[in-house]
Design a protein around this ligand. Sequence first.
Ligand SMILES: [Zn+2]
Ligand SMILES: [Zn+2]
Ligand SMILES: [Zn+2]
Length: 934
Amino acid sequence: MEYKSTLNLPQTDFPIRANLAKVEEEMLGKWEKEDIYHKILAKNKVPGTRGQVPGTYILHDGPPYPNGDIHLGHALNKTLKDIIVKYKAMQGFYAPYIPGWDCHGLPIETQLLKELQTSNFKLQNILEFRNKCKEYALKYVDLQRNEFKKLGIFADWAKPYLTIDHTYEAKIIELFGVLAAKGYVYRGLKPIHWCPTDMTALAEAEIEYEDDRSPSIYIKFEILNPKSEINSKLKNPKLPLDKPWSLIVWTTTPWTLPANVAVAAHPEYEYVFLDVGPEVYVVAEGLLDNFVSKLELKEHQIIDKTKGKFLEGMLCKHPFIAREVPVVNDEYVTLEQGTGFVHIAPGHGAEDYQVGLKYKLPILMPVDEKGYFDDTVPDFIQGKHYDEANKLITEKMKENGSLLKLEFFKHPYPHCWRCKKPVIFRATEQWFIAVDHKELRQEALKAITKTKWFPGWGENRIRGMIETRPDWCVSRQRSWGVPIPAFYCVKCKKPQMTGLFNQAIVELVKKDGTNGWFAKEAKDILPAGTKCPDCGGTEFTKETDILDVWFESGSSHAAVLETREELSWPADLYLEGSDQHRGWFQSSLLLAIGYKGRAPFNAVLTHGFTIDDKGKKMSKSLGNVVDPQDVVKRYGADVLRLWVASTDFRNDMAASEKILKQVQEAYSKIRNTCRFLLSNLGDYQVPGTRYQVPGELLEIDKWILLKLNRLIERTTKAYNEFEFHLVYHALYDFCVNDLSAFYLDMSKDRLYCGGKNSVERRSAQFAMNEILNAMIKLMAPILSFTAEDLLKYRTLNSELGTQNSVFLLEMPKADPKYLDTKLEERWEKILKLKEEVYRELEAVRGRKEIAASTEALVEIGTKGREWAKEIEALLPLVLIVPQVKLVAGEAITVKHAAGEKCVRCWLWKEDVGKEPEHKTLCGRCANVVAKITP
Ligand SMILES: [Zn+2]
Ligand SMILES: [Zn+2]
Ligand SMILES: [Zn+2]
């Protein structure tokens, strides 16, 4: 008879090849059609359970810019969030996830200006321009939304939050009003790039560097302090106290000298005192040679030397204005060129401004918006253009002897991208948030301590930044954004931004969006009869600046968490790249403290950046860019998701073709293991017989269930601590080591050849059913498509079949009844024994004494292995050999088994042929076959 038909061979419709493209398309369709996102929320919705389990869990999405296709960093960020949200939901948390986009801002504005410039667009029509910006932003919101969906991210994609929503914009204005009312908002001077031709502020992105000819001058700042007071290390008794001593400053912008208020030295550099005959010069030691040759100094002698930090606080004479200027310390001073002393004009430079803040230096700004000097400067340059002033100032210093050297050189200088003319740094009135008002900084620092930071170093990073940050300049001279909600009284010139002034704008923006602000005059926005609270004036003008986009995105906690019905304030988690300690985390924190006195998050998680497998940044020119769309197309979104999970996100995350191939291999191993389990559970689904083991579970099955429950413990801990790479390793190791290398091999004989309803076979199926059910759920937050696909093939089977999405199921919990530590210890010994047996088996096969393990008799010496007696009956199964004998002594010997080979199970057994009906079968097989064929 044909015995093959009596075997219980594995069978499943689950395809051998993954074909993720097809599966993913099908699952995306299913999730959308069945609205699984909202079904999960509905299942977990328990009102008023914040802070409990199950309760609410809010991961608040940081909004990306919609100005291009998503890149790998976006994919990584959204996938990490998705893993967390799905895991929390499967734990029973009500975890709504509202994705957002940061729609205003310079990247879009610049892009549009570039496009429109070629089509002769007139900038005067700001509303038309803003509408085009909006169109542009919405186009990319749509594009990115589709790209994110394809990654399998669950979110309320139909109703995301956009920073251009009217409700969002109105909330920003309301929040600004609250901060203004509490006194955090003020106006002050700050230098910005300024085009004197176009009379406008320019953003960094609008600057083009071109070579320009500039003067290069060395000038003296004579030291005013009594020379005997100078705190140098060397007490030289022969110091030439009668000669004038001067710090030598090098600059290429003589026209900024009228605004000079200090000279900066690097605190750690050495500065030398150089006696050149009639006077003494002070320059950095590292630039001495250069200086001596530039000035062609013949006779010179170093008389003293000191560190820059000892010069701090000294006073010098301005070279042509009756002004005393202090020496300050600044780490930005370099030894690249010049003298190691830098002239500081806080009104004319970004670094100068920072130094000015630190030393509370005055910000002088004698240049008007067209680039001409006002009347606060000496007569000889009053009313002159800054370029002309360069020459006049140089001549003046030549006359009074403070100029040591003048030459000209070409160097890259910032130019305006519109008119191509040189631009200047010019201090203008800007809006600020005062970080030291009402202890804002201290409160923010306290809130940092109360927040959980993943990884932990994030805490020190943001603490350091908040500790040292200057006031926040929140105004921008742009068009595509939310206006600074302030009016100016025409009579007294004071800005008005609180109370009814704020309310009027909030109402307007709720109705018309911020376009309403640009479309209307102040008198049409304010209620009739509005009076200036300071002077009673009745006429007002509008502020023309807009808010920094970081103010917009930093308001999201108020504009989204407070306004969306399904959300609540504060969030449980913010999760972004580690650059956001400087950006979104910080702006959100400061605004929330000012607004509500508390951090908007309970925990913050940061991830690294994507790099290639050689540690290089991804760039088009290097050709090492991994494009998520391309990965999804060629490998499948699940492989990309597995890559995200497999990489420790705390460091930079490496991706390349090679790495993706490795991840794909790992993916295949996990999937194949699941397929094997599935294919052996085909008959474990007959109603009435599921779960039933006709007798007690075999010890080997108890052991693998123990391993499964250890896996559940490990992955639960790792998920809870956001250690997804540990989830990945635990799942992978379980599949490859525990299952493929041991358990599944050990179970094949009883599954295929055992009686269909035998204890041995049903016991294995019971365990395998538990394993597959748990694995599908454990992998679901990461391998979402594959888990959902596996579930589809389990529809009739077990409790999983009653739900139509894996995400509606609960995460498995470790069952203490399987966590038997004695069993665990014994199995460590068993697996060790198996290793020893196989070493011997290989040796015997090498000597051609036996051909396969199916014909082996293994004799195990029980000396030192007394425990083996307790599981004697199980040993053939565990060792996958037909015959095992326990003998005296400690040796392990492998011989050819006695008896004959059973044609059904291929094992050599002594009882083959004992059954007259089935002469070629072993006793077990004859028994099985007899039950099938009556
Ligand atoms: Zn210009
Ligand atoms: Zn007034
Ligand atoms: Zn047999």
